[in-house]
Ligand binder design. Sequence first.
Ligand code: UDP
Ligand code: MG
Length: 316
Amino acid sequence: MSDKPYITVVVPVYNEEPNLHPLFERIYPVMQRMGRPFEIIFTDDGSRDRSIEILKELAHSCPEVRVIELNGNFGQHMAILAAFEISRGDIVITLDADLQNPPEEIPKLVTEIENGHDVVGSVRQKRQDTFFRKFASRIVNVTTNKMTGMRMSDYGCMLRAYHRNVVDNINRCQETTTFIPALAQTFASNPGEVPVAHAERAEGESKYSLYRLIRLNFDLMTGFSVVPLQLFALMGILTSLSSVLFALFLIVRRLLVGSEVEGVFTLFAILFFFIGIIIFGIGLVGEYVGRIYQEVRKRPRYVVRRVHGQENKKQN
Ligand code: UDP
Ligand code: MG
């Protein structure tokens, strides 16, 4: 393959054995129809099923396919970053392996980039997920926009397109925990959004447990904003002010009514409330400190075992 690819499609894969052939059979014709040189990079994120065997076969039989085999499970975002590092296209598209993002929407995203946007997000129409997931996403979208000052309607949708410039800048960041759509947004000068269709997961189950989802959203919140810390400091100031007022009130009351010893349990309730807030605050500070610790150790973010398919190997 001598032509430099114009479009790179990036797919993170974690235990997606039954989805890989159907996915490839849909991506490939879409890309061919566009008539420009392309490459497809799959990152196997330490799958424990036969995903890597299927991907290796694809890489052998199809010159446009490369497969990065990671050494373990480093998470969806690291899997995508590993592919970004070796991507060569002027336009880079990311999508999920479970066919929730229809590959037929890729040309739409490419057109938007060609129209001058440097990052194109997508908004899932008629999203096919559980009520809980949709509800949680809505909260995340609203609060993240508020806290980070970004504008994005759908943080969770990974069907996205990036201009080479943005990908190069993302590659320069070596952060260990990240959230790619938000990171890209910080480098974008002209972000755009398009509505895309959304399907139910074809086979298998979501790889995100409730715990992993919460972790991911902590990454998003604390990775891109210190507003949580500032809000917390603000809350501290408000609490001290109101406790001064309360003390004044008690002094006046003492003068008017005389001494009284009641309301011990009310006192406990108030006390527990504030202890709760303090523990939360310590946890919050801990989140940031933990993140700083992770960054300063400067361990490799992911380990590539091998790259299958044509072209050179590159390690991080
Ligand atoms: N994925 C991954 N590593 C992980 C978890 C997920 O590469 O540790 C991939 C997964 O194979 C899929 C995409 O990330 O292609 C999105 O995962 P999933 O569909 O489980 O997430 P959901 O759609 O439920 O948000
Ligand atoms: Mg999915």
